[in-house]
Design a protein around this ligand. Sequence first.
Ligand SMILES: *[C@@H]1O[C@H](CO)[C@@H](O)[C@H](O)[C@H]1NC(C)=O
Ligand SMILES: *[C@@H]1O[C@H](CO)[C@@H](O)[C@H](O)[C@H]1NC(C)=O
Ligand SMILES: *[C@@H]1O[C@H](CO)[C@@H](O)[C@H](O)[C@H]1NC(C)=O
Ligand SMILES: *[C@@H]1O[C@H](CO)[C@@H](O)[C@H](O)[C@H]1NC(C)=O
Ligand SMILES: *[C@@H]1O[C@H](CO)[C@@H](O)[C@H](O)[C@H]1NC(C)=O
Ligand SMILES: *[C@@H]1O[C@H](CO)[C@@H](O)[C@H](O)[C@H]1NC(C)=O
Ligand SMILES: *[C@@H]1O[C@H](CO)[C@@H](O)[C@H](O)[C@H]1NC(C)=O
Ligand SMILES: *[C@@H]1O[C@H](CO)[C@@H](O)[C@H](O)[C@H]1NC(C)=O
Length: 234
Amino acid sequence: MVFIPALLIFFASLAAAHFDLVYPHSRGDPFAAPASEYIYPCTGYNATNNRTVWPTTGGSLVVHFHHTFTYVWINLGLGNQTTAFTISLMPEGAGVLPYNETGNGTICLPKVTIPAGSGVVDGGNGSLQVITVGDGGTALYNCADLTFSSSASLLTAGQGDCVNSTGVSMRLLSQQTNGTSAVPSIAQSTSTSSASASAGSATSAGEKAVQLSSSYFSVGIASIFMALGAVSGL
Ligand SMILES: *[C@@H]1O[C@H](CO)[C@@H](O)[C@H](O)[C@H]1NC(C)=O
Ligand SMILES: *[C@@H]1O[C@H](CO)[C@@H](O)[C@H](O)[C@H]1NC(C)=O
Ligand SMILES: *[C@@H]1O[C@H](CO)[C@@H](O)[C@H](O)[C@H]1NC(C)=O
Ligand SMILES: *[C@@H]1O[C@H](CO)[C@@H](O)[C@H](O)[C@H]1NC(C)=O
Ligand SMILES: *[C@@H]1O[C@H](CO)[C@@H](O)[C@H](O)[C@H]1NC(C)=O
Ligand SMILES: *[C@@H]1O[C@H](CO)[C@@H](O)[C@H](O)[C@H]1NC(C)=O
Ligand SMILES: *[C@@H]1O[C@H](CO)[C@@H](O)[C@H](O)[C@H]1NC(C)=O
Ligand SMILES: *[C@@H]1O[C@H](CO)[C@@H](O)[C@H](O)[C@H]1NC(C)=O
């Protein structure tokens, strides 16, 4: 991947908004230049050998958010050094719609389910990608490297890192069709259902949604996304 310094400076000059991927732990420090959460798909770091052992059916996710609200997608890619995060870990029925995370603090999803048939095997490697899109349309990325294990455990909800801050919540947007128009609305989040994998497609649901989100939320995200795609040679 080749970075263009002028673009990095441009991205760094955007609002200093970010999130911390706490568990599974992110690749190196995303705030240590030239790394940046503005860099698709994984902050500018390649996959590391410092992998979190995560259950083959899905594991826990802990993120520190720092906005009043942000939209969130969770994707998975398989292999040692993947750049194709084509497996959506959004709950079944989410389609391309994200979570809406509200509040400045910690969210722990005790189990983010990996859909059956995704190709995850005991002992295999992969990487998790979390994408957030702010109200202004700025996309942020961070990734964590995984080794899947059928004997790995979930974090215990309500203990250690797996606690939600008071007043912080994450709900799935659902799509209500009204005639021919689609209107996003709030629905209860669920961490027990599984998503349909988009394996085989060139981009994941989250990535498509990042592009689609421009029509709902923002200006500029599509062009930023395309600029990043061009920079990363995708
Ligand atoms: C590996 O990850 C653990 C957990 O986040 C961290 O404490 C440790 O410093 C990391 N090691 C390296 C070499 O990055
Ligand atoms: C990532 O790996 C590629 C291929 O091995 C290498 O050319 C590149 O320099 C690496 N990037 C970083 C940031 O380590
Ligand atoms: C998974 O990655 C680790 C190091 O990151 C490596 O030692 C191991 O061989 C890999 N496993 C597979 C199945 O590729
Ligand atoms: C979020 O909270 C931290 C302290 O917990 C504070 O430093 C930061 O400014 C807050 N961010 C926003 C957007 O309120
Ligand atoms: C992943 O890395 C390990 C260790 O370097 C290697 O043995 C294995 O063949 C790699 N797997 C793939 C699919 O490249
Ligand atoms: C997301 O949540 C924020 C804060 O609760 C709210 O202002 C915003 O309208 C929500 N977005 C959608 C699309 O419902
Ligand atoms: C945190 O809140 C989300 C919904 O906002 C919920 O799905 C999750 O189970 C909560 N986590 C814990 C540890 O209670
Ligand atoms: C749904 O459609 C009806 C009739 O076309 C309209 O009156 C109403 O405002 C629409 N609701 C939304 C949320 O767009």
